[in-house]
Design a protein around this ligand. Structure first.
Ligand code: ZN
Length: 499
């Protein structure tokens, strides 16, 4: 059913003011880095720290003063609810997260939360009445900083994580010496657990005031009729395409700021790092979300004195680990090349060894043990597994040639998510009606929506971010892009709510 709406006006100034205010709720000191765009803050907001609780309270006050009701579940997922005229129908939801890894930017997650709130408020101010209930969900702990697992709140909500296992997750911050001045949790209540053990999620959440059994967090399939998350892209593709479109227009002598799409050209949005100002926003409509699998490999060799242990006698763990890392790169490149050859979706597979620990780690000791962490992602779980199989064959070869033992531990392997056709169609149709340029794309980072996909038809709407930079203080999206994404989100929520 086509919804007739009064004009929906996104209050860009209000939305930006709130984004900037949320950025000030940070455990990083105000930046003195003049290269960052004003009023950029380096944001550190780790779940269940006093700063996180302060941000939650402020958000709830915004939601309540806009006339929405608020419910908080036992893990702290926060539901901001606008009841529809037919409350028995499945809910239409949007949302994201407000926690931030240490020294991050101010747009990751927050754009989806405050943009979602602005979308609801703008609809309300336009006189719209939803038939289905509309909900803005603020997820707990999308970032793995504190409990070692990303998307904690949405995993529980989607029934992907066992509640008892979740409650026993160790608090990785609880061994940090309280009060260390450089610690992101210097002002938090992190403590050392009894007998030197770590605190658990259960300890930390109940101390923060989130009580009740985690079994109550899970939502039934069908609770949501539809789900859309607004988020910055965290990659360079949309911006790249905008710059290409601009230079094509300039080459043709046409003005990029006029034209049928009628979008105002942003004011100067160029950074001091030389990035060009994209003149027109291209939004991303996410059709698939790649899923990561992570593994720990322990390479056990034979250590000794760097002078006395002669080369023919060595079973050095580090060169063996180096071979393993190169093998990861080789097989991932091969997977991409093969996909390209067979006309599949192109460069899709990525794998990273981003952490390595060498034991004993002395300049004059032969390494006896190396621990490394592998993160491998793909939209196709079979291709991901195929790469792992090829890697394991190399590992067997490294073991026998070098006389080392390599132990593999799988930490997790999530399922890639596929967007619901109907939600994707709703977003594409609205973009076309509103003369907004869009491209369909894959999300290579994973999001809470990956787990919402277990219980609801989902899609995501991406806003370009400068240079594709994220998880850094210089993360940036233009106010115009944020407002445009919020506008399409609002229209989609209205459309879906009246189905
Ligand atoms: Zn995020």
């Amino acid at each position: 059913m086509q919804v007739t709406l009064n004009p929906v006006v996104i209050n860009q100034a209000r939305l930006l003011r709130e984004l900037h205010h949320l950025a000030t709720l940070t455990d990083c000191p105000p930046t003195t880095d003049a290269s960052l765009p004003a009023p950029t803050q380096a944001v550190t907001r780790i779940v269940f720290t006093p700063r996180d609780l302060e941000a939650r309270a402020w958000l709830i006050s915004l939601a309540e003063s806009a006339g929405f009701t608020v419910r908080v579940d036992p893990v702290g997922n926060t539901y901001i609810r606008w009841q529809g005229t037919d409350p028995d129908l499945g809910v239409v939801g949007t949302g994201s997260h407000t926690d931030a890894i240490p020294h991050a930017g101010m747009y990751d997650g927050t754009v989806g939360v405050l943009g979602g709130l602005e979308a609801l408020r703008a609809l309300k101010e336009s006189g719209f009445t939803p038939r289905r209930t509309l909900e803005l969900l603020v997820f707990t702990s999308e970032e793995p900083t504190r409990f070692g697992i990303g998307c904690l709140g949405s995993r529980l909500l989607g029934g992907v994580l066992d509640p008892a296992t979740a409650d026993a997750l160790p608090d990785l911050l609880s061994e940090i010496t309280p009060g260390a001045p450089s610690s992101p949790t210097a002002s938090s209540s992190a403590k050392v657990g009894p007998q030197g053990t770590r605190l658990t999620l259960h300890d930390v959440r109940t101390a923060a005031g989130f009580t009740g059994p985690l079994t109550d967090v899970t939502l039934p399939i069908g609770y949501y009729h539809a789900w859309v998350e607004l988020h910055i892209e965290q990659g360079p593709l949309l911006e790249r395409e905008m710059l290409a479109a601009d230079s094509a227009l300039k080459g043709s002598g046409l003005s990029p700021s006029g034209g049928s799409r009628g979008l105002p050209a942003p004011e100067n949005s160029s950074g001091k790092d030389g990035a060009l100002a994209p003149e027109r926003t291209i939004l991303g409509i996410v059709t698939n979300i790649a899923a990561p699998a992570s593994y720990r490999f322990i390479v056990e060799g034979f250590g000794g004195h760097a002078g006395a242990l002669l080369m023919p006698d060595r079973r050095d763990a580090l060169p063996a680990a180096a071979e393993l890392i190169l093998s990861v790169e080789r097989h991932t490149l091969a997977a991409n090349a093969e996909a390209k050859l067979t006309g599949q979706s192109g460069v899709d597979s990525v794998a990273t060894v981003g952490a390595i620990n060498v034991h004993p780690g002395n300049v004059n000791s032969v390494p006896s043990r190396v621990t490394l962490m592998l993160d491998i992602r793909d939209t196709d779980p079979e291709r991901r597994e195929h790469t792992m199989t090829a890697l394991r064959a190399d590992i067997a070869n490294i073991e026998s040639r070098r006389g080392v033992r390599i132990i593999e531990e799988r930490i997790n392997a999530d399922t890639p998510a596929i967007s619901g056709d109907h939600i994707v169609d709703t977003l594409t149709t609205l973009c076309e009606q509103e003369h907004v340029t869009y491209r369909k794309m894959v999300s290579r980072a994973y999001h809470d929506t990956s787990f919402m996909a277990r219980i609801a038809p989902v899609a995501m709407l991406f806003i370009p971010c400068r240079n594709g930079v994220s998880h850094r203080p210089d993360e940036y999206a233009t106010p115009e892009s944020i407002a445009l994404g919020t506008r399409i989100l609002a229209l989609a929520l209205a459309q879906l709510a009246n189905e």
